[in-house]
Design a protein around this ligand. Structure first.
Ligand SMILES: *Cc1c(COP(=O)(O)O)cnc(C)c1O
Length: 406
Protein backbone atom coordinates (compact mmCIF):
# COMPACT_ATOMS: atom_id res chain seq x y z
CA UNK A 1 0.00 0.00 0.00
CA UNK A 2 0.99 3.61 -0.43
CA UNK A 3 0.49 6.31 2.18
CA UNK A 4 1.08 9.78 0.70
CA UNK A 5 0.94 11.53 4.07
CA UNK A 6 3.67 9.27 5.48
CA UNK A 7 5.83 9.72 2.39
CA UNK A 8 5.47 13.49 2.61
CA UNK A 9 7.33 13.37 5.93
CA UNK A 10 10.42 12.24 4.06
CA UNK A 11 10.55 15.60 2.26
CA UNK A 12 11.79 18.13 4.83
CA UNK A 13 11.10 21.22 2.70
CA UNK A 14 7.40 20.42 2.51
CA UNK A 15 7.09 21.21 6.22
CA UNK A 16 8.05 24.84 5.78
CA UNK A 17 5.64 27.68 5.36
CA UNK A 18 5.69 30.33 2.63
CA UNK A 19 4.18 33.79 2.95
CA UNK A 20 2.87 32.77 6.37
CA UNK A 21 0.88 29.89 4.85
CA UNK A 22 1.31 26.13 4.71
CA UNK A 23 3.19 25.24 1.55
CA UNK A 24 1.19 23.49 -1.20
CA UNK A 25 3.87 22.61 -3.71
CA UNK A 26 2.22 22.12 -7.11
CA UNK A 27 5.17 22.90 -9.36
CA UNK A 28 6.48 19.37 -9.71
CA UNK A 29 6.44 19.55 -13.50
CA UNK A 30 9.24 22.12 -13.24
CA UNK A 31 11.13 20.29 -10.51
CA UNK A 32 10.28 17.96 -7.68
CA UNK A 33 11.39 18.26 -4.06
CA UNK A 34 13.98 15.90 -2.55
CA UNK A 35 13.51 13.17 0.04
CA UNK A 36 15.85 13.06 3.01
CA UNK A 37 17.59 9.96 1.59
CA UNK A 38 18.74 11.94 -1.47
CA UNK A 39 19.89 14.89 0.61
CA UNK A 40 21.80 12.59 2.96
CA UNK A 41 23.43 10.71 0.09
CA UNK A 42 24.84 13.92 -1.40
CA UNK A 43 25.94 15.10 2.02
CA UNK A 44 27.54 11.77 2.89
CA UNK A 45 29.47 11.77 -0.36
CA UNK A 46 31.07 15.11 0.42
CA UNK A 47 31.52 14.37 4.12
CA UNK A 48 32.96 10.88 3.87
CA UNK A 49 33.34 9.40 0.41
CA UNK A 50 34.35 12.10 -2.01
CA UNK A 51 37.08 12.09 -4.63
CA UNK A 52 37.24 12.23 -8.40
CA UNK A 53 36.13 9.04 -10.14
CA UNK A 54 37.73 6.62 -12.62
CA UNK A 55 41.24 8.03 -12.44
CA UNK A 56 42.66 7.42 -9.02
CA UNK A 57 44.17 4.39 -7.41
CA UNK A 58 43.69 5.52 -3.84
CA UNK A 59 41.00 4.46 -1.42
CA UNK A 60 38.60 7.40 -1.77
CA UNK A 61 38.83 7.47 -5.53
CA UNK A 62 38.00 3.78 -5.68
CA UNK A 63 35.13 4.22 -3.24
CA UNK A 64 33.69 7.20 -5.14
CA UNK A 65 34.04 5.28 -8.42
CA UNK A 66 32.29 2.27 -6.93
CA UNK A 67 29.41 4.41 -5.62
CA UNK A 68 29.18 6.29 -8.89
CA UNK A 69 29.13 3.17 -11.07
CA UNK A 70 26.58 1.57 -8.74
CA UNK A 71 24.18 4.32 -9.87
CA UNK A 72 24.62 3.20 -13.46
CA UNK A 73 23.40 -0.25 -12.44
CA UNK A 74 20.41 1.33 -10.68
CA UNK A 75 19.64 3.47 -13.73
CA UNK A 76 19.84 0.41 -15.98
CA UNK A 77 17.33 -1.34 -13.75
CA UNK A 78 15.11 1.74 -13.42
CA UNK A 79 14.84 2.07 -17.21
CA UNK A 80 14.85 -1.63 -18.01
CA UNK A 81 17.93 -1.35 -20.24
CA UNK A 82 19.94 -4.41 -21.28
CA UNK A 83 23.52 -3.22 -20.81
CA UNK A 84 25.39 -0.65 -18.76
CA UNK A 85 26.98 0.71 -21.93
CA UNK A 86 23.49 1.90 -22.93
CA UNK A 87 23.29 4.16 -19.87
CA UNK A 88 24.93 7.57 -20.24
CA UNK A 89 25.10 10.07 -17.39
CA UNK A 90 24.12 13.55 -18.52
CA UNK A 91 23.37 16.84 -16.82
CA UNK A 92 19.68 16.43 -17.67
CA UNK A 93 17.26 15.84 -20.51
CA UNK A 94 18.45 18.93 -22.35
CA UNK A 95 21.97 17.57 -22.61
CA UNK A 96 20.68 14.11 -23.51
CA UNK A 97 18.64 15.44 -26.43
CA UNK A 98 21.48 17.64 -27.68
CA UNK A 99 23.78 14.63 -27.52
CA UNK A 100 21.40 12.58 -29.69
CA UNK A 101 21.12 15.42 -32.18
CA UNK A 102 24.88 15.91 -32.43
CA UNK A 103 26.26 12.42 -32.00
CA UNK A 104 23.68 10.41 -33.90
CA UNK A 105 21.47 12.60 -36.10
CA UNK A 106 24.10 15.04 -37.33
CA UNK A 107 26.23 12.06 -38.27
CA UNK A 108 23.55 9.96 -39.97
CA UNK A 109 21.03 12.30 -41.59
CA UNK A 110 21.53 13.98 -44.95
CA UNK A 111 19.92 16.82 -46.84
CA UNK A 112 16.29 16.10 -47.62
CA UNK A 113 15.75 13.76 -44.68
CA UNK A 114 12.79 14.48 -42.41
CA UNK A 115 12.32 14.51 -38.65
CA UNK A 116 8.84 14.40 -37.20
CA UNK A 117 8.24 16.31 -33.97
CA UNK A 118 5.07 16.90 -32.04
CA UNK A 119 3.55 20.23 -31.07
CA UNK A 120 3.60 18.96 -27.48
CA UNK A 121 7.38 19.08 -27.23
CA UNK A 122 9.41 20.96 -24.66
CA UNK A 123 11.93 23.37 -26.21
CA UNK A 124 14.68 20.89 -25.25
CA UNK A 125 13.19 18.48 -27.81
CA UNK A 126 12.76 21.20 -30.44
CA UNK A 127 15.76 23.52 -30.50
CA UNK A 128 18.42 20.81 -31.05
CA UNK A 129 16.45 19.72 -34.15
CA UNK A 130 16.28 23.32 -35.36
CA UNK A 131 20.10 23.39 -35.10
CA UNK A 132 20.26 20.25 -37.19
CA UNK A 133 17.82 21.59 -39.78
CA UNK A 134 19.97 24.69 -40.19
CA UNK A 135 23.19 22.71 -40.44
CA UNK A 136 22.05 19.85 -42.67
CA UNK A 137 19.09 21.21 -44.58
CA UNK A 138 16.73 18.59 -43.32
CA UNK A 139 12.99 19.14 -42.85
CA UNK A 140 11.04 19.24 -39.61
CA UNK A 141 7.39 18.27 -39.72
CA UNK A 142 4.92 18.51 -36.88
CA UNK A 143 2.04 16.49 -35.47
CA UNK A 144 -0.61 18.44 -33.55
CA UNK A 145 -2.34 17.01 -30.49
CA UNK A 146 -5.95 15.82 -30.58
CA UNK A 147 -8.74 17.18 -28.37
CA UNK A 148 -7.42 15.09 -25.44
CA UNK A 149 -4.00 16.69 -25.67
CA UNK A 150 -2.68 13.37 -26.96
CA UNK A 151 -1.06 12.07 -30.11
CA UNK A 152 -1.73 8.63 -31.51
CA UNK A 153 0.26 6.41 -33.79
CA UNK A 154 -2.23 7.02 -36.60
CA UNK A 155 -1.65 10.78 -36.39
CA UNK A 156 2.10 10.19 -36.65
CA UNK A 157 1.62 7.75 -39.54
CA UNK A 158 -0.11 10.48 -41.54
CA UNK A 159 3.07 12.55 -41.44
CA UNK A 160 5.50 9.78 -42.33
CA UNK A 161 6.99 9.94 -45.81
CA UNK A 162 9.75 7.97 -47.52
CA UNK A 163 12.18 10.62 -46.22
CA UNK A 164 11.26 10.27 -42.56
CA UNK A 165 14.32 9.15 -40.60
CA UNK A 166 13.40 10.04 -37.02
CA UNK A 167 10.42 10.72 -34.81
CA UNK A 168 11.01 12.64 -31.57
CA UNK A 169 8.19 12.81 -29.06
CA UNK A 170 7.44 13.30 -25.42
CA UNK A 171 6.20 10.29 -23.46
CA UNK A 172 4.08 12.61 -21.30
CA UNK A 173 3.09 16.21 -22.02
CA UNK A 174 4.46 18.73 -19.52
CA UNK A 175 1.43 20.95 -20.21
CA UNK A 176 -1.53 18.51 -20.31
CA UNK A 177 -0.33 15.43 -18.44
CA UNK A 178 -1.36 13.33 -21.44
CA UNK A 179 0.54 10.07 -21.90
CA UNK A 180 1.45 8.92 -25.38
CA UNK A 181 1.43 5.25 -26.24
CA UNK A 182 5.21 5.11 -26.61
CA UNK A 183 5.37 1.37 -27.13
CA UNK A 184 2.85 1.30 -29.97
CA UNK A 185 4.57 4.24 -31.66
CA UNK A 186 8.12 2.93 -31.26
CA UNK A 187 7.28 -0.62 -32.33
CA UNK A 188 5.79 0.74 -35.53
CA UNK A 189 8.76 3.06 -36.13
CA UNK A 190 11.16 0.18 -35.56
CA UNK A 191 9.30 -1.92 -38.15
CA UNK A 192 9.83 0.93 -40.63
CA UNK A 193 13.48 1.46 -39.61
CA UNK A 194 12.70 4.96 -38.37
CA UNK A 195 14.66 6.05 -35.31
CA UNK A 196 12.66 6.92 -32.20
CA UNK A 197 13.62 9.51 -29.58
CA UNK A 198 11.44 9.57 -26.47
CA UNK A 199 11.54 12.42 -23.98
CA UNK A 200 10.71 10.79 -20.65
CA UNK A 201 11.31 13.85 -18.47
CA UNK A 202 7.75 13.91 -17.14
CA UNK A 203 6.82 10.27 -17.63
CA UNK A 204 9.61 8.95 -15.41
CA UNK A 205 8.13 10.77 -12.42
CA UNK A 206 4.85 8.87 -12.71
CA UNK A 207 5.17 5.71 -14.79
CA UNK A 208 7.20 2.56 -14.64
CA UNK A 209 9.58 2.91 -17.59
CA UNK A 210 10.81 -0.09 -19.55
CA UNK A 211 12.83 0.90 -22.60
CA UNK A 212 13.03 -2.66 -23.88
CA UNK A 213 9.28 -2.99 -23.77
CA UNK A 214 8.87 0.41 -25.45
CA UNK A 215 11.57 -0.60 -27.95
CA UNK A 216 12.77 2.96 -28.48
CA UNK A 217 16.23 3.87 -29.79
CA UNK A 218 16.80 6.74 -27.38
CA UNK A 219 15.13 7.71 -24.10
CA UNK A 220 16.02 10.66 -21.87
CA UNK A 221 15.19 11.46 -18.26
CA UNK A 222 16.23 14.29 -15.97
CA UNK A 223 17.15 13.63 -12.34
CA UNK A 224 15.66 16.69 -10.69
CA UNK A 225 12.11 15.80 -11.79
CA UNK A 226 12.31 12.34 -10.21
CA UNK A 227 13.30 13.53 -6.72
CA UNK A 228 17.02 13.59 -7.53
CA UNK A 229 19.55 16.43 -7.59
CA UNK A 230 19.85 19.05 -10.32
CA UNK A 231 22.54 18.59 -12.95
CA UNK A 232 21.82 14.88 -13.38
CA UNK A 233 20.11 12.86 -16.05
CA UNK A 234 20.23 9.62 -17.98
CA UNK A 235 20.38 9.08 -21.69
CA UNK A 236 19.50 5.57 -22.79
CA UNK A 237 20.93 4.55 -26.15
CA UNK A 238 19.86 1.22 -27.58
CA UNK A 239 22.95 -0.87 -28.14
CA UNK A 240 22.66 -1.17 -31.92
CA UNK A 241 22.77 2.64 -32.31
CA UNK A 242 26.02 3.00 -30.41
CA UNK A 243 28.24 2.06 -33.31
CA UNK A 244 26.58 4.71 -35.49
CA UNK A 245 27.54 7.53 -33.14
CA UNK A 246 30.42 9.95 -32.77
CA UNK A 247 31.59 11.47 -29.47
CA UNK A 248 29.87 14.54 -28.06
CA UNK A 249 32.27 16.50 -25.82
CA UNK A 250 35.99 15.85 -26.05
CA UNK A 251 38.18 15.63 -22.96
CA UNK A 252 39.20 13.35 -20.13
CA UNK A 253 37.55 9.93 -19.59
CA UNK A 254 36.22 9.67 -23.15
CA UNK A 255 39.61 8.57 -24.53
CA UNK A 256 41.75 5.46 -24.39
CA UNK A 257 44.85 7.33 -25.50
CA UNK A 258 45.84 10.70 -26.92
CA UNK A 259 48.95 11.60 -28.89
CA UNK A 260 49.84 14.81 -30.71
CA UNK A 261 48.51 13.20 -33.88
CA UNK A 262 45.66 10.99 -32.77
CA UNK A 263 42.90 10.18 -30.33
CA UNK A 264 41.74 6.69 -29.59
CA UNK A 265 38.25 6.81 -28.08
CA UNK A 266 36.99 4.95 -25.08
CA UNK A 267 33.97 2.63 -25.27
CA UNK A 268 30.43 3.53 -24.32
CA UNK A 269 29.32 4.82 -21.86
CA UNK A 270 32.63 6.64 -21.17
CA UNK A 271 32.98 7.95 -24.71
CA UNK A 272 29.96 10.18 -24.05
CA UNK A 273 31.03 11.27 -20.58
CA UNK A 274 33.95 13.64 -21.07
CA UNK A 275 35.27 15.48 -18.05
CA UNK A 276 34.50 15.23 -14.36
CA UNK A 277 30.82 14.38 -13.91
CA UNK A 278 28.46 15.63 -11.19
CA UNK A 279 29.72 12.92 -8.85
CA UNK A 280 27.90 13.70 -5.61
CA UNK A 281 24.70 14.61 -7.43
CA UNK A 282 24.72 11.42 -9.46
CA UNK A 283 25.19 9.48 -6.23
CA UNK A 284 22.16 11.45 -4.98
CA UNK A 285 20.30 10.34 -8.10
CA UNK A 286 21.07 6.77 -7.07
CA UNK A 287 19.31 7.46 -3.78
CA UNK A 288 16.35 8.84 -5.76
CA UNK A 289 16.16 5.55 -7.68
CA UNK A 290 16.29 3.69 -4.34
CA UNK A 291 13.49 5.89 -3.03
CA UNK A 292 11.24 5.20 -6.02
CA UNK A 293 12.02 1.48 -6.06
CA UNK A 294 11.25 1.24 -2.34
CA UNK A 295 7.64 2.19 -3.07
CA UNK A 296 4.87 0.02 -4.42
CA UNK A 297 4.90 1.72 -7.81
CA UNK A 298 1.56 0.32 -8.85
CA UNK A 299 -0.05 1.68 -5.71
CA UNK A 300 1.63 5.06 -6.26
CA UNK A 301 0.22 5.31 -9.76
CA UNK A 302 -3.24 4.33 -8.53
CA UNK A 303 -2.96 7.03 -5.88
CA UNK A 304 -1.87 9.65 -8.42
CA UNK A 305 -4.74 8.71 -10.73
CA UNK A 306 -7.20 9.06 -7.84
CA UNK A 307 -5.74 12.40 -6.78
CA UNK A 308 -5.79 13.61 -10.40
CA UNK A 309 -9.44 12.57 -10.73
CA UNK A 310 -10.27 14.54 -7.60
CA UNK A 311 -8.38 17.63 -8.83
CA UNK A 312 -10.02 17.41 -12.26
CA UNK A 313 -13.48 17.05 -10.78
CA UNK A 314 -12.97 20.04 -8.44
CA UNK A 315 -11.42 22.22 -11.16
CA UNK A 316 -14.30 21.37 -13.51
CA UNK A 317 -16.74 22.81 -10.99
CA UNK A 318 -15.21 26.26 -11.56
CA UNK A 319 -17.15 27.34 -14.62
CA UNK A 320 -15.07 30.52 -14.99
CA UNK A 321 -11.92 28.48 -15.44
CA UNK A 322 -10.46 28.04 -18.94
CA UNK A 323 -9.26 24.43 -19.05
CA UNK A 324 -6.81 22.98 -21.55
CA UNK A 325 -7.27 19.30 -22.42
CA UNK A 326 -8.67 18.15 -19.09
CA UNK A 327 -9.39 14.64 -20.28
CA UNK A 328 -9.73 11.66 -17.97
CA UNK A 329 -6.66 9.59 -18.83
CA UNK A 330 -4.36 12.60 -18.29
CA UNK A 331 -2.66 12.66 -14.93
CA UNK A 332 -0.79 14.92 -12.53
CA UNK A 333 -0.67 18.05 -14.72
CA UNK A 334 -3.42 20.63 -15.25
CA UNK A 335 -3.17 23.77 -17.39
CA UNK A 336 -5.75 26.51 -17.04
CA UNK A 337 -6.40 30.22 -16.76
CA UNK A 338 -9.15 32.30 -15.21
CA UNK A 339 -11.62 33.99 -17.53
CA UNK A 340 -11.53 37.77 -17.21
CA UNK A 341 -8.78 40.29 -16.77
CA UNK A 342 -6.14 38.28 -14.93
CA UNK A 343 -2.99 37.10 -16.67
CA UNK A 344 -1.63 33.65 -15.65
CA UNK A 345 1.21 35.48 -13.87
CA UNK A 346 -1.37 37.33 -11.74
CA UNK A 347 -3.03 34.03 -10.87
CA UNK A 348 0.29 32.47 -9.85
CA UNK A 349 1.08 35.50 -7.68
CA UNK A 350 -2.26 35.38 -5.90
CA UNK A 351 -1.95 31.62 -5.40
CA UNK A 352 1.54 32.12 -4.00
CA UNK A 353 0.22 34.52 -1.39
CA UNK A 354 -1.92 31.59 -0.27
CA UNK A 355 1.00 29.18 -0.13
CA UNK A 356 0.08 27.46 -3.40
CA UNK A 357 3.09 27.13 -5.71
CA UNK A 358 2.13 26.76 -9.39
CA UNK A 359 3.87 27.76 -12.57
CA UNK A 360 2.68 30.29 -15.09
CA UNK A 361 4.18 30.94 -18.48
CA UNK A 362 4.77 29.05 -21.70
CA UNK A 363 6.27 26.01 -19.90
CA UNK A 364 9.08 25.86 -22.49
CA UNK A 365 6.42 24.80 -25.01
CA UNK A 366 5.83 27.89 -27.14
CA UNK A 367 4.72 25.99 -30.26
CA UNK A 368 2.02 24.41 -28.10
CA UNK A 369 1.01 27.81 -26.68
CA UNK A 370 0.72 29.08 -30.29
CA UNK A 371 -1.43 26.07 -31.11
CA UNK A 372 -3.67 26.89 -28.13
CA UNK A 373 -3.76 30.55 -29.18
CA UNK A 374 -2.40 31.83 -25.86
CA UNK A 375 0.94 33.16 -24.69
CA UNK A 376 0.82 31.46 -21.29
CA UNK A 377 -1.18 29.20 -18.99
CA UNK A 378 -1.13 28.41 -15.31
CA UNK A 379 -0.01 24.89 -14.53
CA UNK A 380 -0.59 22.90 -11.37
CA UNK A 381 1.48 19.72 -11.35
CA UNK A 382 1.29 17.00 -8.73
CA UNK A 383 3.74 14.51 -7.27
CA UNK A 384 3.26 11.46 -5.09
CA UNK A 385 3.56 13.53 -1.87
CA UNK A 386 0.63 15.80 -2.74
CA UNK A 387 -2.83 15.16 -1.33
CA UNK A 388 -6.43 16.39 -1.36
CA UNK A 389 -5.55 19.28 0.96
CA UNK A 390 -3.30 20.65 -1.78
CA UNK A 391 -6.19 20.41 -4.26
CA UNK A 392 -8.52 22.16 -1.82
CA UNK A 393 -5.98 24.97 -1.25
CA UNK A 394 -5.64 25.36 -5.02
CA UNK A 395 -9.41 25.58 -5.47
CA UNK A 396 -9.99 28.08 -2.68
CA UNK A 397 -7.19 30.37 -3.85
CA UNK A 398 -8.46 30.16 -7.45
CA UNK A 399 -11.83 31.34 -6.16
CA UNK A 400 -10.05 34.38 -4.72
CA UNK A 401 -8.59 35.08 -8.17
CA UNK A 402 -12.01 34.92 -9.73
CA UNK A 403 -13.42 37.37 -7.18
CA UNK A 404 -10.54 39.76 -7.88
CA UNK A 405 -10.71 39.50 -11.67
CA UNK A 406 -14.44 39.52 -12.27
C1 LIG B 1 11.81 19.53 -17.88
C2 LIG B 1 11.67 18.95 -19.22
C3 LIG B 1 12.75 18.90 -20.11
C4 LIG B 1 14.08 19.50 -19.81
O1 LIG B 1 14.68 18.98 -18.67
P1 LIG B 1 15.99 19.68 -18.10
O2 LIG B 1 16.11 19.11 -16.74
O3 LIG B 1 15.69 21.16 -18.05
O4 LIG B 1 17.10 19.38 -19.00
C5 LIG B 1 12.55 18.31 -21.33
N1 LIG B 1 11.37 17.79 -21.67
C6 LIG B 1 10.31 17.81 -20.84
C7 LIG B 1 9.02 17.17 -21.26
C8 LIG B 1 10.41 18.40 -19.59
O5 LIG B 1 9.37 18.43 -18.79
Amino acid sequence: MFNAKEIKKEFPILKRSVNGQNLHYLDNGASSQKPIGVIEAVKNCYLNEYSNVHRGLHFLSNLATENFEAVRKKAKKFLGASFEKEIIFTSGSTEGLNLISYSWANENLVEGDEIILTTLEHHANIVPWHFLRDRKNITLSWVNPDEYGNISLSQIKEKITKNTKMVCFTHMSNVFGSILNAREICEFLRSKEIVSVVDGSQAAAHLNIDVRDISCDFYVITGHKIFGPTGTGILYIREDRLREMIPFNGGGSMIKSVTKENVLYNDSPHIFEAGTPNIAEIIGLGAAFDFIESLDQKAVLEYEIKLSDYARQELKKLDWLVRYSFSDPNIAIFSFSVKGKGHPHDIATILDANGVAVRSGHHCAQPLMDFLGVSATCRASFALYNNEEDVDALISSLKKCNRLFN
